[in-house]
Design a protein around this ligand. Structure first.
Ligand code: FRU
Length: 488
Protein backbone atom coordinates (compact mmCIF):
# COMPACT_ATOMS: atom_id res chain seq x y z
CA UNK A 1 0.00 0.00 0.00
CA UNK A 2 1.06 3.65 -0.56
CA UNK A 3 3.29 5.19 2.12
CA UNK A 4 1.22 6.81 4.87
CA UNK A 5 -1.85 4.71 4.09
CA UNK A 6 -2.95 2.15 6.70
CA UNK A 7 -2.85 -1.41 5.35
CA UNK A 8 -6.25 -2.66 4.26
CA UNK A 9 -7.52 -4.85 7.11
CA UNK A 10 -8.25 -8.46 6.25
CA UNK A 11 -12.01 -8.90 5.78
CA UNK A 12 -13.76 -10.18 8.91
CA UNK A 13 -14.90 -13.77 8.42
CA UNK A 14 -18.66 -13.80 7.86
CA UNK A 15 -20.50 -14.87 11.02
CA UNK A 16 -21.99 -18.37 10.76
CA UNK A 17 -25.47 -18.36 9.25
CA UNK A 18 -27.49 -19.78 12.14
CA UNK A 19 -30.93 -18.97 10.76
CA UNK A 20 -32.98 -22.19 10.55
CA UNK A 21 -32.50 -22.21 6.75
CA UNK A 22 -28.85 -21.18 7.16
CA UNK A 23 -25.68 -23.05 6.29
CA UNK A 24 -24.25 -23.50 9.77
CA UNK A 25 -24.12 -27.09 10.98
CA UNK A 26 -22.94 -27.77 14.49
CA UNK A 27 -20.70 -30.79 15.19
CA UNK A 28 -20.59 -33.29 17.97
CA UNK A 29 -16.82 -33.28 17.83
CA UNK A 30 -14.52 -36.09 18.85
CA UNK A 31 -13.05 -33.67 21.39
CA UNK A 32 -16.49 -33.18 22.97
CA UNK A 33 -17.44 -36.85 22.85
CA UNK A 34 -14.22 -37.86 24.62
CA UNK A 35 -15.53 -35.81 27.56
CA UNK A 36 -18.25 -38.42 28.07
CA UNK A 37 -17.70 -39.89 31.53
CA UNK A 38 -15.76 -43.15 31.76
CA UNK A 39 -17.49 -45.99 33.62
CA UNK A 40 -15.89 -45.08 36.95
CA UNK A 41 -17.06 -41.49 36.52
CA UNK A 42 -20.74 -42.23 35.85
CA UNK A 43 -23.01 -41.01 38.63
CA UNK A 44 -26.64 -40.99 39.73
CA UNK A 45 -27.08 -37.78 37.76
CA UNK A 46 -27.28 -39.85 34.56
CA UNK A 47 -27.46 -43.54 35.53
CA UNK A 48 -30.91 -45.06 35.17
CA UNK A 49 -32.30 -47.44 37.82
CA UNK A 50 -31.85 -51.14 37.18
CA UNK A 51 -34.88 -52.73 35.58
CA UNK A 52 -35.46 -55.90 37.62
CA UNK A 53 -38.92 -56.81 36.40
CA UNK A 54 -41.06 -55.74 33.53
CA UNK A 55 -44.74 -56.11 32.82
CA UNK A 56 -45.74 -59.39 31.27
CA UNK A 57 -48.98 -60.61 29.75
CA UNK A 58 -51.98 -58.38 30.23
CA UNK A 59 -49.95 -55.71 32.01
CA UNK A 60 -47.83 -54.97 28.97
CA UNK A 61 -48.58 -51.68 27.23
CA UNK A 62 -50.38 -53.68 24.54
CA UNK A 63 -51.34 -57.17 25.77
CA UNK A 64 -50.47 -59.30 22.72
CA UNK A 65 -47.94 -57.03 21.09
CA UNK A 66 -44.33 -56.10 21.41
CA UNK A 67 -44.13 -52.33 21.72
CA UNK A 68 -40.98 -50.26 21.32
CA UNK A 69 -40.61 -46.69 19.92
CA UNK A 70 -43.60 -44.69 21.19
CA UNK A 71 -44.74 -41.06 20.96
CA UNK A 72 -47.70 -39.07 22.23
CA UNK A 73 -50.09 -37.07 20.12
CA UNK A 74 -48.91 -33.48 20.52
CA UNK A 75 -49.94 -29.98 19.59
CA UNK A 76 -47.88 -28.14 16.99
CA UNK A 77 -46.24 -26.17 19.80
CA UNK A 78 -44.73 -29.31 21.31
CA UNK A 79 -47.21 -29.84 24.16
CA UNK A 80 -49.06 -33.07 24.92
CA UNK A 81 -52.42 -32.92 23.13
CA UNK A 82 -55.80 -33.99 24.48
CA UNK A 83 -58.80 -35.14 22.51
CA UNK A 84 -61.96 -34.00 24.31
CA UNK A 85 -65.01 -36.19 24.80
CA UNK A 86 -68.46 -34.54 24.55
CA UNK A 87 -68.50 -34.18 28.35
CA UNK A 88 -65.10 -32.48 28.28
CA UNK A 89 -63.04 -35.44 29.54
CA UNK A 90 -59.52 -35.20 28.12
CA UNK A 91 -58.02 -38.25 26.39
CA UNK A 92 -54.32 -38.72 25.71
CA UNK A 93 -53.06 -40.77 22.76
CA UNK A 94 -49.85 -42.76 22.28
CA UNK A 95 -48.64 -44.19 18.98
CA UNK A 96 -46.42 -47.25 19.09
CA UNK A 97 -44.21 -49.32 16.84
CA UNK A 98 -45.69 -52.73 17.44
CA UNK A 99 -45.76 -56.29 16.24
CA UNK A 100 -47.60 -59.42 17.34
CA UNK A 101 -45.63 -60.91 20.25
CA UNK A 102 -45.44 -64.29 18.52
CA UNK A 103 -42.75 -62.64 16.36
CA UNK A 104 -39.22 -63.08 17.66
CA UNK A 105 -38.00 -59.82 19.25
CA UNK A 106 -35.03 -59.44 16.91
CA UNK A 107 -37.28 -59.64 13.85
CA UNK A 108 -39.63 -56.90 14.94
CA UNK A 109 -38.09 -54.13 12.82
CA UNK A 110 -38.96 -56.12 9.71
CA UNK A 111 -42.65 -56.16 10.54
CA UNK A 112 -43.20 -52.97 12.53
CA UNK A 113 -46.72 -51.56 12.32
CA UNK A 114 -48.23 -48.49 13.98
CA UNK A 115 -50.84 -49.08 16.66
CA UNK A 116 -52.23 -46.60 19.17
CA UNK A 117 -53.56 -46.53 22.68
CA UNK A 118 -55.47 -43.95 24.69
CA UNK A 119 -55.86 -42.93 28.29
CA UNK A 120 -57.76 -40.47 30.47
CA UNK A 121 -55.03 -40.22 33.12
CA UNK A 122 -51.88 -40.39 30.97
CA UNK A 123 -50.77 -43.56 32.80
CA UNK A 124 -53.05 -46.51 32.09
CA UNK A 125 -53.46 -47.22 28.42
CA UNK A 126 -56.26 -48.89 26.48
CA UNK A 127 -55.42 -50.51 23.14
CA UNK A 128 -56.89 -48.61 20.20
CA UNK A 129 -55.90 -51.08 17.45
CA UNK A 130 -54.17 -50.32 14.18
CA UNK A 131 -53.53 -46.63 13.60
CA UNK A 132 -54.01 -47.17 9.85
CA UNK A 133 -56.62 -49.93 9.72
CA UNK A 134 -57.14 -49.81 6.00
CA UNK A 135 -55.81 -48.33 2.81
CA UNK A 136 -52.33 -48.31 1.41
CA UNK A 137 -49.76 -47.55 4.08
CA UNK A 138 -46.40 -46.63 2.54
CA UNK A 139 -43.36 -48.86 2.99
CA UNK A 140 -43.16 -52.57 3.72
CA UNK A 141 -43.06 -51.61 7.40
CA UNK A 142 -43.28 -48.40 9.42
CA UNK A 143 -40.72 -46.97 11.75
CA UNK A 144 -40.77 -44.10 14.18
CA UNK A 145 -42.27 -40.68 13.78
CA UNK A 146 -44.47 -38.13 15.51
CA UNK A 147 -48.10 -37.02 15.47
CA UNK A 148 -49.84 -33.65 15.69
CA UNK A 149 -53.36 -32.72 16.70
CA UNK A 150 -54.22 -29.43 15.02
CA UNK A 151 -56.57 -26.77 16.36
CA UNK A 152 -59.44 -27.97 14.12
CA UNK A 153 -59.19 -31.54 15.46
CA UNK A 154 -57.41 -32.90 12.38
CA UNK A 155 -54.42 -35.19 12.83
CA UNK A 156 -51.11 -35.49 11.02
CA UNK A 157 -48.93 -38.56 11.48
CA UNK A 158 -45.32 -38.32 10.32
CA UNK A 159 -43.68 -41.73 9.99
CA UNK A 160 -40.84 -43.60 8.35
CA UNK A 161 -41.80 -45.69 5.33
CA UNK A 162 -39.09 -48.37 5.23
CA UNK A 163 -38.58 -50.72 2.30
CA UNK A 164 -41.04 -51.13 -0.54
CA UNK A 165 -44.32 -52.93 -0.51
CA UNK A 166 -44.32 -56.30 -2.28
CA UNK A 167 -40.59 -56.99 -1.87
CA UNK A 168 -38.44 -59.68 -0.35
CA UNK A 169 -39.30 -62.80 1.59
CA UNK A 170 -40.91 -61.05 4.56
CA UNK A 171 -43.85 -58.79 3.89
CA UNK A 172 -44.50 -55.91 6.19
CA UNK A 173 -48.05 -55.71 7.51
CA UNK A 174 -48.89 -52.82 5.24
CA UNK A 175 -52.34 -53.81 4.16
CA UNK A 176 -55.28 -55.61 5.65
CA UNK A 177 -54.47 -58.68 3.59
CA UNK A 178 -50.86 -58.83 4.71
CA UNK A 179 -51.82 -58.15 8.29
CA UNK A 180 -53.94 -61.27 8.42
CA UNK A 181 -50.76 -63.26 7.88
CA UNK A 182 -48.67 -61.51 10.47
CA UNK A 183 -49.64 -63.79 13.32
CA UNK A 184 -48.03 -66.66 11.39
CA UNK A 185 -44.82 -64.87 10.60
CA UNK A 186 -41.98 -65.76 12.93
CA UNK A 187 -39.44 -63.50 11.33
CA UNK A 188 -36.62 -64.73 9.10
CA UNK A 189 -35.52 -68.06 10.56
CA UNK A 190 -32.86 -70.55 9.54
CA UNK A 191 -33.81 -74.21 9.07
CA UNK A 192 -33.17 -74.96 12.75
CA UNK A 193 -35.45 -72.20 13.94
CA UNK A 194 -32.89 -69.48 14.65
CA UNK A 195 -33.03 -65.93 13.41
CA UNK A 196 -31.10 -65.30 10.23
CA UNK A 197 -27.78 -63.86 11.48
CA UNK A 198 -27.59 -60.12 11.54
CA UNK A 199 -25.40 -58.20 9.17
CA UNK A 200 -23.53 -55.09 10.20
CA UNK A 201 -26.63 -52.94 10.00
CA UNK A 202 -27.90 -53.83 13.42
CA UNK A 203 -31.15 -54.85 11.79
CA UNK A 204 -31.77 -58.50 10.94
CA UNK A 205 -32.42 -59.70 7.44
CA UNK A 206 -30.61 -56.95 5.55
CA UNK A 207 -30.32 -57.99 1.94
CA UNK A 208 -33.56 -59.94 2.08
CA UNK A 209 -35.73 -56.87 2.22
CA UNK A 210 -35.09 -53.25 1.39
CA UNK A 211 -33.91 -50.69 3.89
CA UNK A 212 -34.61 -47.50 2.00
CA UNK A 213 -36.27 -45.04 4.36
CA UNK A 214 -38.58 -42.22 3.29
CA UNK A 215 -40.41 -39.72 5.45
CA UNK A 216 -44.15 -40.01 5.00
CA UNK A 217 -47.14 -38.00 6.17
CA UNK A 218 -50.65 -39.33 6.73
CA UNK A 219 -53.55 -36.93 7.26
CA UNK A 220 -57.20 -36.52 6.34
CA UNK A 221 -58.75 -37.69 9.62
CA UNK A 222 -60.04 -36.16 12.83
CA UNK A 223 -59.52 -37.50 16.33
CA UNK A 224 -62.74 -38.00 18.28
CA UNK A 225 -63.93 -39.75 21.41
CA UNK A 226 -66.77 -42.16 20.60
CA UNK A 227 -68.23 -44.32 23.39
CA UNK A 228 -65.18 -43.81 25.58
CA UNK A 229 -62.69 -44.70 22.80
CA UNK A 230 -60.45 -42.44 20.78
CA UNK A 231 -61.08 -43.04 17.08
CA UNK A 232 -59.78 -41.44 13.91
CA UNK A 233 -62.70 -40.64 11.65
CA UNK A 234 -62.21 -40.14 7.95
CA UNK A 235 -59.79 -41.72 5.50
CA UNK A 236 -56.04 -41.51 5.95
CA UNK A 237 -54.17 -40.07 2.98
CA UNK A 238 -50.51 -41.06 2.79
CA UNK A 239 -47.71 -39.47 0.82
CA UNK A 240 -43.91 -39.29 0.92
CA UNK A 241 -42.85 -35.76 1.86
CA UNK A 242 -39.05 -36.13 2.12
CA UNK A 243 -36.39 -38.31 0.52
CA UNK A 244 -32.64 -38.30 1.07
CA UNK A 245 -31.02 -36.15 -1.63
CA UNK A 246 -27.49 -37.60 -1.64
CA UNK A 247 -25.90 -34.19 -1.01
CA UNK A 248 -27.10 -33.01 2.39
CA UNK A 249 -28.27 -36.48 3.41
CA UNK A 250 -26.96 -39.92 2.51
CA UNK A 251 -29.10 -42.18 0.33
CA UNK A 252 -29.39 -45.93 0.77
CA UNK A 253 -27.24 -46.34 -2.37
CA UNK A 254 -24.50 -44.21 -0.82
CA UNK A 255 -24.53 -46.40 2.31
CA UNK A 256 -21.90 -48.64 0.70
CA UNK A 257 -19.80 -49.44 3.78
CA UNK A 258 -20.19 -49.71 7.51
CA UNK A 259 -23.49 -49.73 9.34
CA UNK A 260 -26.82 -49.02 7.65
CA UNK A 261 -27.73 -45.41 6.92
CA UNK A 262 -30.73 -43.58 8.35
CA UNK A 263 -33.36 -41.27 6.92
CA UNK A 264 -36.10 -41.68 9.47
CA UNK A 265 -37.83 -40.75 12.73
CA UNK A 266 -39.51 -37.47 11.63
CA UNK A 267 -40.40 -35.18 14.54
CA UNK A 268 -42.71 -32.34 13.51
CA UNK A 269 -43.17 -29.03 15.33
CA UNK A 270 -43.80 -25.32 14.86
CA UNK A 271 -40.80 -23.18 15.78
CA UNK A 272 -41.98 -20.40 18.13
CA UNK A 273 -39.14 -18.14 16.94
CA UNK A 274 -40.44 -17.83 13.35
CA UNK A 275 -43.84 -19.57 13.34
CA UNK A 276 -42.76 -22.00 10.60
CA UNK A 277 -43.30 -25.76 10.60
CA UNK A 278 -40.24 -28.01 10.67
CA UNK A 279 -39.37 -31.68 10.85
CA UNK A 280 -36.28 -33.01 12.61
CA UNK A 281 -35.07 -36.46 11.59
CA UNK A 282 -32.31 -39.05 11.88
CA UNK A 283 -29.93 -38.95 8.92
CA UNK A 284 -26.36 -39.45 7.78
CA UNK A 285 -24.08 -37.02 6.01
CA UNK A 286 -24.56 -37.02 2.24
CA UNK A 287 -22.07 -38.59 -0.17
CA UNK A 288 -20.68 -42.07 -0.67
CA UNK A 289 -19.98 -43.39 2.79
CA UNK A 290 -16.78 -45.23 1.83
CA UNK A 291 -15.22 -42.00 0.54
CA UNK A 292 -15.83 -39.80 3.55
CA UNK A 293 -12.92 -38.72 5.72
CA UNK A 294 -12.61 -37.12 9.16
CA UNK A 295 -12.38 -33.34 8.70
CA UNK A 296 -10.74 -30.96 11.19
CA UNK A 297 -14.12 -29.55 12.21
CA UNK A 298 -15.35 -33.06 13.03
CA UNK A 299 -12.47 -33.60 15.42
CA UNK A 300 -11.91 -30.51 17.57
CA UNK A 301 -9.70 -27.46 18.03
CA UNK A 302 -6.10 -27.15 16.84
CA UNK A 303 -4.55 -28.11 20.19
CA UNK A 304 -6.73 -31.22 20.41
CA UNK A 305 -5.95 -32.20 16.83
CA UNK A 306 -2.23 -31.80 17.44
CA UNK A 307 -2.44 -34.41 20.20
CA UNK A 308 -4.53 -36.93 18.28
CA UNK A 309 -3.35 -40.49 17.78
CA UNK A 310 -3.72 -42.37 14.51
CA UNK A 311 -7.24 -42.29 13.09
CA UNK A 312 -8.83 -45.67 12.45
CA UNK A 313 -10.03 -45.97 8.83
CA UNK A 314 -13.46 -47.01 10.09
CA UNK A 315 -14.08 -43.78 11.95
CA UNK A 316 -15.66 -41.87 9.01
CA UNK A 317 -18.08 -44.75 8.44
CA UNK A 318 -19.79 -43.23 11.46
CA UNK A 319 -21.34 -40.02 10.19
CA UNK A 320 -24.67 -39.55 11.92
CA UNK A 321 -26.65 -36.35 11.37
CA UNK A 322 -29.71 -34.69 12.81
CA UNK A 323 -31.61 -33.49 9.78
CA UNK A 324 -33.96 -30.55 9.39
CA UNK A 325 -36.68 -29.78 6.85
CA UNK A 326 -39.08 -26.85 6.59
CA UNK A 327 -42.60 -26.59 5.19
CA UNK A 328 -42.29 -23.96 2.44
CA UNK A 329 -45.97 -23.94 1.44
CA UNK A 330 -48.85 -26.06 2.72
CA UNK A 331 -47.82 -29.65 2.04
CA UNK A 332 -44.44 -28.75 0.44
CA UNK A 333 -41.29 -29.65 2.37
CA UNK A 334 -37.67 -28.76 1.71
CA UNK A 335 -34.50 -30.29 3.14
CA UNK A 336 -32.21 -27.90 5.02
CA UNK A 337 -28.65 -28.34 6.27
CA UNK A 338 -28.30 -30.74 9.19
CA UNK A 339 -28.55 -29.18 12.66
CA UNK A 340 -25.82 -31.39 14.04
CA UNK A 341 -23.43 -33.96 12.59
CA UNK A 342 -21.21 -36.51 14.29
CA UNK A 343 -18.74 -37.74 11.66
CA UNK A 344 -15.94 -39.80 13.21
CA UNK A 345 -17.97 -39.84 16.44
CA UNK A 346 -21.29 -41.64 16.06
CA UNK A 347 -23.32 -43.29 13.32
CA UNK A 348 -26.88 -43.07 14.64
CA UNK A 349 -28.51 -40.05 16.29
CA UNK A 350 -31.95 -41.61 16.66
CA UNK A 351 -35.36 -40.05 17.26
CA UNK A 352 -34.14 -36.44 17.63
CA UNK A 353 -36.57 -34.13 19.42
CA UNK A 354 -36.70 -30.80 21.21
CA UNK A 355 -37.75 -29.30 24.50
CA UNK A 356 -37.88 -25.49 24.71
CA UNK A 357 -37.25 -24.11 28.16
CA UNK A 358 -36.12 -20.75 29.58
CA UNK A 359 -35.53 -19.39 26.07
CA UNK A 360 -33.18 -22.28 25.28
CA UNK A 361 -33.53 -25.07 22.75
CA UNK A 362 -32.73 -28.52 24.15
CA UNK A 363 -32.01 -31.13 21.48
CA UNK A 364 -32.22 -34.79 22.56
CA UNK A 365 -31.61 -38.11 20.77
CA UNK A 366 -30.93 -41.77 21.56
CA UNK A 367 -27.87 -43.74 20.56
CA UNK A 368 -26.37 -47.19 21.06
CA UNK A 369 -23.01 -48.18 22.52
CA UNK A 370 -22.06 -49.92 19.30
CA UNK A 371 -22.69 -46.85 17.15
CA UNK A 372 -19.73 -44.84 18.44
CA UNK A 373 -16.65 -44.60 16.23
CA UNK A 374 -13.57 -46.64 17.14
CA UNK A 375 -11.12 -44.17 18.64
CA UNK A 376 -9.26 -44.53 21.93
CA UNK A 377 -11.75 -45.38 24.66
CA UNK A 378 -14.69 -43.62 22.97
CA UNK A 379 -16.57 -46.91 22.61
CA UNK A 380 -16.19 -47.51 26.35
CA UNK A 381 -17.38 -44.02 27.21
CA UNK A 382 -20.28 -44.15 24.74
CA UNK A 383 -23.40 -45.61 26.30
CA UNK A 384 -26.75 -47.05 25.40
CA UNK A 385 -28.79 -44.02 26.35
CA UNK A 386 -30.09 -40.51 25.89
CA UNK A 387 -27.88 -37.66 24.71
CA UNK A 388 -28.57 -33.94 24.61
CA UNK A 389 -27.36 -30.50 23.60
CA UNK A 390 -28.47 -26.96 24.41
CA UNK A 391 -28.47 -23.96 22.10
CA UNK A 392 -29.98 -20.51 22.06
CA UNK A 393 -31.81 -21.07 18.78
CA UNK A 394 -32.99 -23.96 16.61
CA UNK A 395 -29.73 -24.05 14.66
CA UNK A 396 -27.56 -23.57 17.72
CA UNK A 397 -24.78 -23.35 18.07
CA UNK A 398 -25.15 -26.24 20.45
CA UNK A 399 -23.21 -27.17 23.58
CA UNK A 400 -23.24 -30.75 24.88
CA UNK A 401 -25.22 -31.14 28.10
CA UNK A 402 -23.42 -32.40 31.21
CA UNK A 403 -20.20 -34.08 30.14
CA UNK A 404 -19.90 -34.72 26.42
CA UNK A 405 -23.71 -34.81 25.94
CA UNK A 406 -24.63 -37.77 28.18
CA UNK A 407 -28.10 -37.30 29.72
CA UNK A 408 -29.09 -40.87 30.70
CA UNK A 409 -27.10 -44.09 30.60
CA UNK A 410 -28.23 -47.64 31.33
CA UNK A 411 -26.71 -49.31 34.43
CA UNK A 412 -23.26 -50.78 33.82
CA UNK A 413 -24.42 -54.31 34.68
CA UNK A 414 -27.40 -54.25 32.34
CA UNK A 415 -26.44 -52.10 29.43
CA UNK A 416 -29.21 -53.14 27.04
CA UNK A 417 -32.15 -52.84 29.43
CA UNK A 418 -33.94 -49.95 27.72
CA UNK A 419 -33.88 -47.65 24.72
CA UNK A 420 -35.65 -45.05 22.56
CA UNK A 421 -36.08 -42.14 24.95
CA UNK A 422 -38.59 -39.35 24.42
CA UNK A 423 -38.25 -36.26 26.64
CA UNK A 424 -41.64 -34.63 27.05
CA UNK A 425 -42.40 -31.12 28.30
CA UNK A 426 -41.56 -30.95 32.00
CA UNK A 427 -38.79 -33.54 31.65
CA UNK A 428 -40.88 -36.74 31.78
CA UNK A 429 -38.92 -39.21 29.66
CA UNK A 430 -40.51 -42.34 28.21
CA UNK A 431 -38.57 -45.43 27.16
CA UNK A 432 -39.20 -49.05 26.23
CA UNK A 433 -37.85 -52.10 28.00
CA UNK A 434 -35.41 -53.76 25.62
CA UNK A 435 -33.45 -56.84 26.80
CA UNK A 436 -32.98 -56.53 30.57
CA UNK A 437 -33.16 -60.27 31.13
CA UNK A 438 -29.70 -61.14 29.84
CA UNK A 439 -27.18 -59.02 31.71
CA UNK A 440 -24.88 -57.23 29.34
CA UNK A 441 -25.81 -59.07 26.15
CA UNK A 442 -27.43 -57.23 23.27
CA UNK A 443 -30.14 -58.32 20.86
CA UNK A 444 -27.69 -60.11 18.53
CA UNK A 445 -26.86 -62.53 21.38
CA UNK A 446 -30.51 -62.78 22.33
CA UNK A 447 -31.24 -63.90 18.78
CA UNK A 448 -29.11 -67.03 19.29
CA UNK A 449 -31.30 -68.27 22.17
CA UNK A 450 -34.19 -70.71 21.73
CA UNK A 451 -37.35 -68.78 20.75
CA UNK A 452 -39.06 -69.03 24.15
CA UNK A 453 -35.98 -67.68 25.93
CA UNK A 454 -35.80 -64.84 23.44
CA UNK A 455 -39.33 -63.83 24.39
CA UNK A 456 -38.60 -64.18 28.11
CA UNK A 457 -35.59 -61.84 28.16
CA UNK A 458 -37.22 -59.14 26.04
CA UNK A 459 -39.44 -56.40 27.45
CA UNK A 460 -41.33 -55.12 24.40
CA UNK A 461 -43.33 -52.76 26.59
CA UNK A 462 -43.06 -49.22 27.90
CA UNK A 463 -40.84 -49.03 30.98
CA UNK A 464 -41.22 -46.77 33.96
CA UNK A 465 -41.07 -43.14 32.88
CA UNK A 466 -38.11 -41.19 34.24
CA UNK A 467 -38.20 -37.56 35.27
CA UNK A 468 -35.20 -35.39 34.53
CA UNK A 469 -34.56 -31.82 35.59
CA UNK A 470 -33.31 -29.62 32.77
CA UNK A 471 -31.52 -26.42 33.64
CA UNK A 472 -28.83 -24.38 31.92
CA UNK A 473 -26.19 -26.74 30.54
CA UNK A 474 -27.10 -29.70 32.67
CA UNK A 475 -29.74 -32.28 33.42
CA UNK A 476 -30.25 -34.57 36.40
CA UNK A 477 -32.28 -37.72 36.85
CA UNK A 478 -34.80 -36.99 39.61
CA UNK A 479 -37.24 -39.85 39.93
CA UNK A 480 -38.91 -42.88 38.45
CA UNK A 481 -42.67 -42.72 37.74
CA UNK A 482 -45.22 -45.24 36.51
CA UNK A 483 -45.03 -47.46 33.44
CA UNK A 484 -45.79 -45.36 30.37
CA UNK A 485 -46.69 -42.26 32.38
CA UNK A 486 -46.73 -39.08 30.28
CA UNK A 487 -48.55 -36.69 32.64
CA UNK A 488 -47.01 -35.71 36.02
C1 FRU B 1 -34.98 -46.77 17.54
C2 FRU B 1 -35.18 -47.18 16.11
C3 FRU B 1 -35.67 -46.01 15.29
C4 FRU B 1 -36.41 -46.67 14.18
C5 FRU B 1 -36.97 -47.92 14.83
C6 FRU B 1 -36.99 -49.13 13.96
O1 FRU B 1 -35.38 -47.74 18.45
O2 FRU B 1 -33.99 -47.71 15.57
O3 FRU B 1 -34.63 -45.16 14.84
O4 FRU B 1 -37.40 -45.83 13.67
O5 FRU B 1 -36.18 -48.17 15.97
O6 FRU B 1 -37.63 -50.20 14.59
Amino acid sequence: CAPGNAPTPAPEPAPPDTRPEGTFTDRWTLQEALQLPADTEKTAQTTMPLITSWPQGAQKTLPDQWVWDTWPLKTEDMQIATVRAADGTPYYVLIHLSVDDSVLPGARHDLATLRYSYSTDGRSWQPGGYLFPEGVVLGSRNWAGSALLKADGSVEVYYTATGERDEGPVQGPSSVLERQQVGDVQGPLTADGQLVPQSGSGFPNEGGIGFEQRIALADGVKAEVVNGRVVFSGTWKHRVILRADGTLYQTVAQSDAGPLYGFRDPWAFRNPADGKRYVLFTGNMGGLKSQQTCQPEDLGDAAFRAGLGALNAEMPLHNGAIGLAVETAPGAWKLLNPLLTARCVNQELERPHLVMKDGQVYLFFSSHIGKFAPYGDLRDRGEEGLYGFVGDSLRGDYTPLNRGGLVLNTPLTQRYQSYSYDVLPGGLTTLFVDVPGIGNQDISVVSTLPPEEQRAVFGGTLGKTLKIDISGRSTALVSELNYGQIIP
